[in-house]
Design a protein around this ligand. Structure first.
Ligand SMILES: Nc1nc2c(ncn2[C@@H]2O[C@H](COP(=O)(O)OP(=O)(O)OP(=O)(O)O)[C@@H](O)[C@H]2O)c(=O)[nH]1
Ligand SMILES: [Mg+2]
Ligand SMILES: [Zn+2]
Length: 280
């Protein structure tokens, strides 16, 4: 029978086959070593519940480790931890490099104010990234989010403590996700969620994931120049095919920065990402 891996813990691969959960393990651990991800579609032997094969993947992320996702919701709190443009652009670049559509969800709206929220929304609207604003405390914005999941596999990605698990509980309280706390001393949460898990929702799945603390983009400068959000199309039309959009002649991106089409904060984050990239 066929199913989808919904969690992997202590060597147990939990597979959902037609809404029944089976505890399975890979046939021949060596054959599959490190190669099975949550999200994988697998074929299970009906007699011994061993995983016989992994079907080809539609997409794969290494961090967090998950396959076959249709979209990413990047979760950023407005406060605790403070919103970071830099991290938002970094993760948007990561998503676009991995070929998965990403939207932004700002959480803890109850701790912020309209001015700050509108400023952030304006930046991302300008570069055509869908941005949603929610509070899991008073449930504002949660109904709008619910419309995004139908028949899709969606992964929630964000720092520890931004409220990924809280948002899931606000979407459907039967998810019963454990919620951690924000640590003032650490400036983030305490990594409450420990594993990637797929939760069935509206004919698809939503994945809760552990909060990240750092991400290496593992992209070259040129790849960043091509995959940074909203650069994709125009980067190809720069005068030089290897244009890094700094001070090169006839650069389409720089022209868009100068005309105000690309927000200054986006370009600033882009330069920071370039500078950080170790690769040529
Ligand atoms: N005021 C307020 N607090 C929130 C909101 N969402 C989450 N929190 C709080 O933020 C803290 C962290 O929430 P979690 O849902 O555990 O965060 P997480 O992103 O799942 O964290 P990890 O599992 O560690 O990655 C908890 O104290 C929540 O009560 C919100 O919308 N408003
Ligand atoms: Mg969590
Ligand atoms: Zn350029």
């Amino acid at each position: 029978m066929n199913g989808i891996i919904v969690s992997i813990k202590y060597g147990v691969y939990v597979v959902n086959c037609d809404n029944v959960l089976y505890n399975t393990s890979p046939r021949g651990l060596v054959k599959f070593k490190d190669k099975i991800y949550v999200g994988d579609e697998v074929i299970i032997n009906d007699d011994n519940y061993l995983i016989e094969a992994v079907l080809p993947r539609r997409s794969l992320l290494k961090r967090p480790p998950i396959s076959n996702i249709d979209q990413i919701l990047l979760i950023f709190s407005l406060k605790e931890p403070e919103f970071s443009y830099y991290l938002a652009f970094k993760y948007l670049t990561y998503a676009s490099f991995n070929g998965v559509k990403a939207s932004l969800v700002l959480t803890k709206a109850d701790k912020s104010n309209e001015k700050e929220i509108n400023e952030i929304k304006e930046v991302f609207n300008k570069i055509h990234v869908d941005t949603y604003v929610t509070s899991s405390k008073d449930h504002s914005g949660v109904e709008e989010i619910k419309a995004l999941f139908k028949n899709k596999i969606t992964v929630l990605i964000g720092q520890s403590g931004v409220g990924k698990s809280s948002l899931l509980n606000a979407i459907d309280e039967s998810f019963l996700r454990d919620v951690g706390e924000y640590s003032l001393a650490l400036g983030r949460g305490k990594h409450k969620t420990k594993e990637v898990i797929l939760l069935p929702y509206q004919g698809g799945y939503i994945a809760d994931t552990p909060g990240f603390s750092s991400l290496e983009l593992e992209m070259s400068k040129l790849e960043i120049a091509q995959y940074f959000p909203s650069f994709e199309k125009d980067a190809l039309e720069c005068f030089y095919s290897n244009c890094l959009h700094i001070s090169e002649k006839n650069c389409k991106i720089k022209a868009r920065v100068d005309s105000g089409d690309i927000p200054p904060i986006a370009y600033k984050c882009y330069l920071e990402l370039l500078e950080e990239s170790e690769r040529k």
